[in-house]
Design a protein around this ligand. Structure first.
Ligand code: URA
Ligand code: SF4
Length: 191
């Protein structure tokens, strides 16, 4: 049980609990506003994230930033982390055992942050966090409730780069998020 973010981050940055430690450049702990009530969870670092130690800084990340901005959000108003904190080689899917090991760090982040809303970016995060049989194509944009936290899966921005035709439906999910933030009266003014 970690009492502070500083303690948690310092310990996490030493992690060698799975084989992804052998090939990573940097651990990608997470970024954004730790006092926010809105947490975004992606799959795992890609090449740029691994090189810089920051989530969603490659092409998919730039698209994410644009979609956030369109609903008046940015990284000062939310927190962003991933299911696994080290890059899987060749960007393969993180293996179940790697996810199971690494999610302990994410759980510790959730305990400190106490988010009201979790947004899962893509199938891997949605299946791990919301439900194992999540069908991302049919079930993105739907609110689920688990342990007092509202959760929604969204299409992964990397998938939107491959299928730009899906951008309008992805944008509708961001509008639903915006509405929910307003409805719950969550302050996202960089608090
Ligand atoms: N894709 C992810 O799922 N996470 C990142 O941090 C970058 C790309
Ligand atoms: Fe540790 Fe997670 Fe990195 Fe594996 S992926 S070494 S569990 S931080």
């Amino acid at each position: 049980m970690y009492e502070t973010w500083e303690e948690l981050e310092a310990t996490c940055m030493q992690c060698g609990a799975c084989a992804l430690a052998d090939t990573r450049t940097h651990i990608v702990f997470g970024t954004g506003n730790r006092a926010s009530r809105v947490l975004f969870i992606g799959e795992g670092p890609g090449e740029q994230e691994d090189l810089r130690g920051i989530p969603f800084v490659g092409r998919a990340g730039q698209l994410l930033d644009k979609m956030l901005a369109a609903v008046d959000l940015d990284r000062t108003k939310i927190y962003i982390a991933n299911i696994v904190k080290c890059r899987p080689p060749q960007n393969r899917d993180p293996m179940p055992a790697e996810q199971e090991e690494c999610i302990n760090w994410l759980r510790a982040q959730v305990r400190l942050m106490k988010p009201a809303i979790i947004v899962c970016l893509g199938r891997i995060a949605g299946m791990k966090i919301i439900k194992p049989d999540l069908k991302i194509t049919a079930e993105h944009g739907i609110w689920y409730e688990k342990g007092g936290i509202l959760m929604m899966a969204m299409l992964h921005p990397a998938a939107l780069l491959r299928n730009p035709n899906n951008k309008p439906e992805a944008f509708r999910d961001f509008l639903k998020l915006r509405d929910k933030i307003t409805e719950l009266g969550l302050n996202t003014d960089s608090d």
